[in-house]
Every structure is written in C-alpha cells, then in structure tokens.
Design a protein around this ligand. Structure first.
Ligand code: FAD
Length: 302
C-alpha cells in the first residue's frame, strides 16, 4: 500500500512543536498494546492525520497533555477484504483510499465523496477514522458509510465491540467511544454493484469547502421504477443522517411528478438544521429538499 507522502516529516514537526510546551508529551506508539496502556491516562489524546486536532490545538480549543500518534501503526493502516466485507484500518489516509484498487472497484460512492473532501494536502494526512471520531454533522465520509450500512470496530482494554455507523454519532462533536477506547477500523459490507452512486455537496465555494448541506444516495432504477434507494444527508441535523421516510416512500415506486413532490416534502420534514456562519436553517432545509427532487428528476431524464 502506498504511504502518504508527507507522513513522517509532518509527524516530526508536530512532535517538536508540541514538546516545546512544558509538561506536554508526544508518543509515537508502536503497538496497540502500547496505545491502550497510555490511552486511559489523564489528558491523553490520539493524533492521526492531525487535520482536525492540530487546528483545534493551535486555536487553543484543545490542549492534550499526551499526544498518542497512531499514524504509522501497521495494524491500523490496512485495507483488507474479509469475506463479503471490506475492512479499512482507521489510519488509512483518504489519499490511500482513493488510490486503492478494491475501494475504487467496489466502493465507488466512497471514492466520489473522498475526491471532494478538502484538498490533496488534507487528504494526504486526513483519515477515515479521524473524520468519523471528529463527529462533525458535515463529515463527508459519514455519508457513504451510512449508506453502505457500515460498522465501526472499537477497541479498548475490555476487548472489541462493533457498532453501526449510525449509532456511533451522538451529536455535534460527540461519539460513542468510551474512555480508554479507540476506533480501530471500519467494516463495510460489499454493496450490490447495481446501486448507482450519487453525491452532491453544497458549500460556499466549489473546492476545499465544508458542506452547508450534502446529499448522498445509492440508487437502483429500472426505467422509471425505483428498485432500491438509500439516502443520507450531511449538515442538516446534529449528526449525518439517513432519510428513511423518503426511502420508504420511494422504494419500489415509479418516479412521477407527485412522487418527486412528496419526496421533497418528506426530506424537508426529516431534517433539523441549525443556522450558523455558513447558512440559515431555512436555506439548508430548502437545499436538501431540492437535492432530493433533483436526484429523482434525474431518473426521468436518463
Ligand atoms: C483545510 C481543511 C479542509 C477540510 N475539508 C473537509 C471536508 O471537505 N470535508 C470533511 O468532512 N472534513 C474536512 N476537513 C476535516 C478533516 O480533514 C477530517 O475530519 C479528517 O478526516 C480528520 O482525520 P485526521 O486523521 O486528520 O484526524 P485527527 O485530526 O488526527 O483527529 C481528529 C480527532 O479524532 C481523534 N481520533 C483520530 N483517530 C482516532 C481513532 N482511531 N480513535 C479514536 N480517536 C481518534 C483525535 O483524538 C481527534 O480528536 C478539513 C480540514 C481542514 C483543515
């Protein structure tokens, strides 16, 4: 597997900068055992790509006393096929996922989404695990993982547990990790290859943008008949969410003007956006409904 180009030198710079602060420690962990031994210590935090954590440290939002760098741990850097599932180690970078043959072949929606996440420099450092643990309502990679019905694998000193990705998010910045536990990997059931990937992110600009609202879908249609549709939305609720009511209404139905209007209304009712510096709540609600309508209108024009 290819390595992120800037991995080692960036880790070194972070460690040098952080150790300059008196009483702060940086540890590049060499094994999962060493990680678990240190993770329960007061003020310990995991550092992976650092694209979220270092920003928060520099702005003074977070001030960990012990940084545990997991970015080079071989056990956490594998992409492997396990029967009918693909398991992705938490420290695999987004660039490595984009370059992976099996991910490109079997998880095209993940590829579509990651190619719009941040920019090349961010993707060379940023990881799938970090994006999930950060638990932003706008976390782009949450969208394909929700649609694939993926699971997170959490490891602690008591052992391992699995959780559906939808149950991992607990609110803005909140996740289901217990004290002393870390995210080891993500397990993704191989989706039906007939499911067509769709992702549209609305931001304040076209590139390097955080979602104001985003819609992802996996769609299998024959003619105008929707055999299966799965929908997930970002930045329109405290966590990324599936739009189950729209899915239930549309599955097995023919696309008609009235179905599109119903789907639009149900999408609006399914979200609970907030207003922030990027957009108003009303704008987000309207945009997500329009994206759902746009997706179904596309079926009529194929
Ligand atoms: C300029 C810029 C643009 C960006 N654009 C986007 C974008 O378009 N879309 C988007 O979704 N995000 C975007 N991001 C956010 C960011 O790049 C992602 O969230 C990234 O995937 C985080 O991964 P990381 O490895 O860098 O995490 P880190 O910063 O290393 O860690 C993030 C948090 O997760 C914890 N953590 C990391 N790994 C684990 C683990 N295995 N177990 C337990 N805890 C862990 C850390 O302690 C920390 O609290 C952007 C960031 C920047 C700076």
């Amino acid at each position: 597997m290819t390595r992120a180009r800037f991995g080692t030198s960036t880790g070194w710079k972070i460690s040098r900068w952080w150790r300059r602060s008196v009483g702060r420690q940086y540890l590049k962990v060499n094994s999962i055992g060493e990680l678990l031994e240190n993770l329960g210590k007061p003020g310990a935090m995991i550092l992976c790509g650092g694209t979220d954590l270092v920003v928060k440290m520099r702005s003074g939002l977070l001030s960990p006393e012990l940084l545990l760098d997991i970015s080079d741990l071989p056990e956490l850097r594998e992409i492997k096929k396990n029967g009918s599932k693909i398991e992705i180690g938490t420290a695999v970078t987004q660039s490595e996922l984009l370059a992976s043959e099996i991910v490109r072949e079997r998880l095209p929606l993940l590829i579509t989404v990651l190619s719009q996440l941040g920019c090349v420099q961010i993707r060379n450092r940023g990881t799938l695990g970090g994006n999930l643990v950060n638990a932003s309502p706008a976390a782009d990679s949450a969208i394909p993982l929700l649609l694939y019905d993926a699971e997170v694998i959490l490891t602690g000193s008591q052992g391992e547990r699995r959780l559906a990705v939808k149950d991992f998010f607990r609110g803005p910045g909140k996740n289901a990790l217990s004290n002393g536990e870390f995210l080891r990997a993500v397990s993704i059931p191989l989706p039906n290859p007939k499911l067509y990937p769709f992702f549209h992110k609305i931001g304040r600009r076209k590139a390097l943008t955080i979602a104001i609202a985003s819609l992802g879908a996996l769609l299998h249609v024959e003619g105008d008949l929707i055999q299966e549709v799965r929908l997930a939305a970002g930045s329109v609720a405290p966590t990324p969410i599936r739009l189950r009511r729209v899915e239930e209404r549309a599955n097995g139905k023919r696309v008609t003007a009235s179905l599109i209007e119903e789907a639009r209304k149900l999408a609006q009712q399914s979200v609970s956006p907030i207003a922030d510096i990027r957009a108003s709540a009303d704008y987000r609600r309207t945009v997500i409904a329009d994206l759902v309508a746009h997706l179904f209108e596309g079926v009529l024009h194929v």
